[in-house]
Structure formats: structure tokens, C-alpha cells
Design a protein around this ligand. Structure first.
Ligand code: G3I
Length: 356
């Protein structure tokens, strides 16, 4: 047998073995039973959540979506109902109705609840501040208002809302004059970033059993992530046991972040002693790119499953394509989720189930 013919024999034997192994592996891949929900598929990895509304801005997820569709998830977040502007629009005047409806549904259906959010520059309540007086007087007014608000809200939902986005989006998007969002009414009333620590102290006092998170977008970017880590370190939030984790908002695209970028972000926060949740997942996508969306979600959930020892939850910022903030924000109709405008499973859903 010449060298050439023996090489051919070896190559063909290798090819036969490889193809056989592939056939066997595909055949042996456990078929996911028809009808498996997202929560079931990922029950050994992390909770799968969705942001819901209860009529606080005319849209009501519970009127719009079936229990079967909502049953795909085992965790809920209030898209708007638990924000100060909705909950306490005027001092002492609470609008508990939409938030209570979300809490009641989650309790009735044994779903986890994430609270969103106690301190944000958006959708806050004007009465919490005063634009007159000294800096000390403005700081005192804002902190007294916040302390009362946090105590009232976290006491009401203690034992039901088990984690809170205490503070949302206070770090600057780019390294300008300040690492912080200085146009925030909270920053201006306080005269600096110290309100963030005070908010976590108030939340820890209000419900010592709740997990307390800092939530923000673009923390996948190393620069913003470092500014967040520097703030957490500067304020001693981990050192003094005031924070439990960070929420990566995950308003992502069809190609960014990639696996390495995601893995690095999770690693950095875990090494800082912080829990990590994906808190507001949606993928910016128009109706023509749905096959790309399916590919993207399969890859994303493969990576998230690989990181599941370091991820405590994955929450979509909505349920189905009929209701997403992305459309208003980007000015074109977005189809970002795993369920179409009628609440039917898209191919992306099947691919995410397979990725489990
Ligand atoms: O639908 C009503 C409309 O009937 C009414 O005429 C109009 C009057 O203003 O309001 C409409 O409601 C809008 C609502 O979205 C619709 O869901 C509100 O104006 C609008 O303020 C609200 O925007 C919310 C946005 O936060 C506010 O900044 C989005 O729902 C909500 O998804 C979005 O969520 C934020 C997170 O809390 C933090 N991370 C970023 C994320 C996206 O901005």
C-alpha cells in the first residue's frame, strides 16, 4: 500500500468516524418535549422573567396576554408601576393599584418579583425635591422624601418583592467632566453622588432580607463598567454590605455584545463580589431580520447558560412584540422578543429552548 493510498484510507476512516459521531450525537440530543416553557427549560439555570404593565399607562399585560403565555416566565418586573412617579405622584398620595395587581398575579402564580426602581432621574416625583433653599436644605428635603418613599414601598412588598433595583442609571455614558450623570435631580439636590449610598442604606434598613441591585445599561462596555465599579468602591457599597448585585439592562443588538464581551462583564462583577442579573433583555430588530434574531437569541442563551453559575436571572423587558418601548425610542417598529404580536411563539423561542 503506497503512502498516498494509506493516507487516503486513514482520511476516509476518519471522515466515516466523524460523520457517524455527528449522527449519533444529533440522534442522542434529548428532544425537548413539545410545549416546554422558557421557565421549564431553564429551571436548572436561572429564572426567566418578563416586564409587565397593569394599566398604569393604559397598557395591561394581564388583559392582553393569556396565563399560558405569561406562564412561560417564572419572574416578573413592573415595567413602570413601581416607579416613584406612578407609586407616589404626590406626597402621601399612593397609587398602589397597578403594582398591587402585578404583585398579586406573581404571588398567585408562584413567580419571583423584582422591584424596579426606587431612584432614577426619569419618572421620579417632583414633590420629592425643592428648588429653593441652600444645598443642605435641598439635600435634606430629597433624602427625607426618599427615606419615606422607600420605607413605604419596601414595607408594603416585603417578602413578596425579593430584589430591588434600588438605583438606576446614575453613571455617565462617557468619561466627560464627571463619571456621573450630574443632570439627575437627585445628584443636583444632594450636591454629589452620596445619595446613591444613602438610598442603599435606606433600602437595607427597610427590608434587610431583600437583595439590593444597581441597575444600568451599557455596563457591558468596559469603560462604563469600570466607572460603575469605581462608584461602588468609592461609596463602599460592597465593603459595608449595602449592595448585593448589579442588573445589566441588556438592550442589545443583533451582533453586540459577543460571547467574550458578555463573559468579561459577568466575570468583572462577580470578582467584585456582586451578583449579576440580566434585567431588561430585548434585541433591537425589525420584521425583516427575524431569522437573524433567532440565531442571535440561540447564541445569547447558549452563552448565558454557560455562565449560569454566575447569573441569578434573565428578564426580558416585555412579553411579546405588540408592546415594546423600543418602537417609540427608535422610531421604527421593533420585533424584539420570542413571541410575535399575537403572542405566538416565534422561531427564536424554539431556538432558545434548544439552547437550554
Ligand atoms: O401609553 C401612554 C399613552 O396612552 C399616554 O397618552 C402617554 C402620555 O405620556 O403615555 C404613554 O405611556 C408611555 C409608556 O412608556 C407606554 O408604555 C409613557 O409616556 C412613557 O413614559 C413610558 O416610558 C417608559 C420609560 O421607561 C420611561 O422612561 C417605558 O414604558 C419603559 O419600558 C421604560 O423602561 C426603562 C426602564 O425603566 C429603565 N431602563 C431603560 C428602560 C427603557 O427606557
Amino acid at each position: 500500500m503506497t503512502l498516498k493510498s494509506s493516507r487516503f484510507t486513514l482520511f476516509s476512516l476518519t471522515a466515516i468516524f466523524t460523520i457517524t459521531a455527528l449522527i449519533v450525537s444529533c440522534a442522542s440530543a434529548p428532544e425537548v418535549p413539545e410545549g416546554t416553557t422558557l421557565a421549564e427549560a431553564y429551571e436548572n439555570h436561572f429564572p426567566i422573567g418578563a416586564a409587565v404593565a397593569a394599566g398604569e399607562y393604559s397598557f395591561d399585560s394581564f388583559a392582553r396576554y393569556s396565563d399560558a403565555l405569561l406562564g412561560e416566565f417564572n419572574s416578573l418586573t413592573a415595567e413602570n408601576a413601581m416607579k416613584p412617579a406612578i407609586l407616589q405622584p404626590k406626597k402621601g398620595e399612593f397609587n398602589w393599584i397597578p403594582a398591587d395587581k402585578i404583585v398579586a398575579y406573581a404571588v398567585d402564580h408562584n413567580m419571583r418579583l423584582r422591584g424596579h426602581t426606587l431612584v432614577w432621574h426619569n419618572q421620579t416625583a417632583d414633590w420629592m425635591f425643592t428648588d429653593s433653599g441652600t444645598q443642605d436644605e435641598q439635600r435634606a428635603k430629597a433624602m427625607d422624601s426618599l427615606r419615606d418613599h422607600i420605607a413605604a414601598v419596601m414595607t408594603r412588598y416585603k417578602g413578596k418583592v425579593t430584589s430591588w433595583d434600588v438605583v438606576n442609571e446614575v453613571v455617565a455614558d462617557s468619561p466627560g467632566d464627571s463619571p456621573y450623570r450630574t443632570d439627575s435631580p437627585w445628584y443636583q439636590a444632594y450636591g454629589g453622588i452620596g445619595y446613591v449610598r444613602e438610598a442603599f442604606e435606606m433600602a437595607r434598613a427597610a427590608d434587610p432580607d431583600a437583595l439590593l441591585f444597581y441597575n444600568d445599561y451599557s455596563m457591558i462596555d468596559p469603560g462604563k463598567r469600570q466607572r460603575v465599579l469605581d462608584m461602588i468602591d468609592e461609596l463602599g457599597l460592597v465593603r459595608d454590605g449595602l449592595i448585593d448585585g448589579v442588573g445589566l439592562q441588556a438592550h442589545w443588538g443583533l451582533s453586540y455584545p459577543d460571547r467574550t464581551t458578555l463573559r468579561d462583564a459577568v466575570r468583572d462583577f462577580r470578582e467584585a463580589g456582586l451578583r449579576v442579573e440580566i434585567t431588561e433583555l430585548d434585541i433591537i430588530c425589525d420584521e425583516w431580520d427575524q431569522e437573524l434574531l433567532a440565531d442571535r437569541y440561540e447564541n445569547l442563551f447558549t452563552w448565558l447558560r454557560e455562565l449560569s453559575d454566575d447569573i441569578d436571572g434573565v428578564t426580558f423587558w416585555g412579553v411579546a412584540d405588540d408592546h415594546t418601548w423600543l418602537t417609540d425610542f427608535h422610531g421604527f417598529t421593533n420585533y424584539p422578543f420570542l413571541f410575535d404580536t399575537e403572542g405566538n411563539r416565534k422561531d427564536a423561542h424554539r431556538r432558545v429552548i434548544q439552547a437550554a
